[in-house]
Design a protein around this ligand. Sequence first.
Ligand SMILES: C[S@@+](CC[C@H](N)C(=O)[O-])C[C@H]1O[C@@H](n2cnc3c(N)ncnc32)[C@H](O)[C@@H]1O
Length: 275
Amino acid sequence: MKFIDALKEHLTEDELKHVNKSFEVLGDIAIIDIPEELENKKILIAKTLKDLNKHINIILRKTGDITGTYRVGTYETLIGDRTETICKENGCRFKVDPTKTYFSSKMGYERQRITDTIKDKENILCLFAGIGPYPINIAKTKDVNITAIEINPESVDFFKDNIKLNKVEGKINIILGDITDELPKIKKTFDRVLMPAPKDAENFIKEALEKVKIGGIINIYGFKTQEKLKEYPTEITEKCKEFGYEIEIIMSRDCGNMGPYCYRVVCDFKVLSGP
Ligand SMILES: C[S@@+](CC[C@H](N)C(=O)[O-])C[C@H]1O[C@@H](n2cnc3c(N)ncnc32)[C@H](O)[C@@H]1O
């Protein structure tokens, strides 16, 4: 039975109009958005969702948007007594806690796509690394050397645990700190720079360009409205030109919508020459 059909037994027609049918699943946690109009029905809605999904043990209600430098949302626990879980993705396992760190279960396909483009022996720099989903997906199947930078200490703790959980020790070096402070301390250049942070990545293009070898690749993410999606590669090309770099766009695509008018977009490009 569908979630909305099950709710028809408990809610009035008017109440049903306020129900958000979609929910995100992280391991055995379901995250739902319940508007204020349904405040007195929130536990009933949560129980209905749990009864329909036998693998779900915890129900969290979204109470605030993903905000701040750490990109973490706020949640109210409706069912359950923990907020930590294990998510499976492309043969990897990730320990996550959405109340402490950022993680999206919707990016598994994109992470596999990136992993498939990577060659053995690549030296990779991952900025905005979070709990490590990009580095770990890559290190799980490729013989690579990855340097990862992340500012949230709790994300770094999860990242360290996830390296052990996925048995990729020795392939990833994590730096806890702000990219602005940490990048100048790194003297070498890389075959590839990953920038998986749609909100902030564009502000760090110059820093990424300075850390990639000529002939190397950058994978950058951004947010765009549907009308502006196609302009993203041109915008990136222009920004790189401003800093004296010539690039070649390899590909660009949207990686799913974040709301009615906002899309997450990725652009892969090769650096051809620098200043
Ligand atoms: C949208 S999350 C993406 C995390 C991860 N790449 C993923 O896909 O799950 C952005 C991450 O960048 C980190 N971050 C933001 N600003 C940073 C900075 N200046 N230096 C290092 N990390 C930063 C945040 O703490 C957060 O974990």
